[in-house]
Design a protein around this ligand. Sequence first.
Ligand SMILES: [Zn+2]
Ligand SMILES: [Zn+2]
Length: 341
Amino acid sequence: MSASQILTQTPLGLYCPGGDFHIDPMRPVPRALVTHGHSDHARAGHGAVMATAETLDIMALRYGEDFTGSRQVAALGAWTTLGDVRVRFHPAGHVLGSAQIEIVQAGFHLVVSGDYKRAGDPTCLAFTPVRCHAFITEATFGLPVFRHPDAADEIGKLLASRSLFPERTHILGAYALGKAQRLMALLRAAGYDRPIYIHGALEKLTAYYGRRGVALGETPKVVAAERPKLGGEIVICPPGAIKDLWARKFPDPVTAAASGWMRVRARARQKGVELPLIVSDHADWEALCTTVVETGCEELWVTHGEAEALVHWAGTQGIAAKPLHLIGYGEETEDELLDAA
Ligand SMILES: [Zn+2]
Ligand SMILES: [Zn+2]
């Protein structure tokens, strides 16, 4: 057996003929297995969707209750038979509900990672390495230059800036699913106990995290008329909003953004970010390499991101590796400023 007998590459994404399903397909298909709720992976209009309960809830919040013909909850760690294969979901540590998908056929284990990270995140379950013959990984930050700093230190920079400029509003751009809530949790862990104000676009997902037991403290929605009174406060909004007219009504705002891409200074400047914070929900180079080793895989496919360096490195480890260059994933990081990264 080999990976290519279990999964094939199609224009819609990865397809499993044995189980007759796609994983994170680009367009509507009869049956989709979805790793997590980010819009580049979770799309509306499939005949059936199998995903964790949280991912199904998040898709319903974003697309409406009729986002799919039918839903099947994947309980973490529980086997489900689909046609000639068995599948099982494992935590991916990326955002609430994010999962890796393990597929087994004729004793051959293959794991599709989806997006993942190894750094601590109190808002979701930690990534669990799964032993497998073939590992299908992302590589958003797959270059040795990418080494994410400790997120707590980055939050320290935000709090230091707030102490330095106590009259100014700090406006922090962050993706609405996952990153925003992780930043809130990091602020609370750092002892910040003021209300954390949020843009309306973050309201539904932040409330959902609260309902799932993720304690984020007081997170009031910004009332438009109150903006001039929010000097000294921290406001979290979608990445695109830090440059909007919306943001200019706050007192002398400091624009901040949290993303793995903030490592690249030119990108921060280009996006009008005064205070770049390197906080990523993806594995950095070292975490990618560590994870590949921990899976014990003999075959490695790299779905998207900086595939070439990781493929080369895997070759030096005696692992048969290839880049897939799947298109359509990670595009939010380019188009909507710092989304998801
Ligand atoms: Zn993602
Ligand atoms: Zn992604």
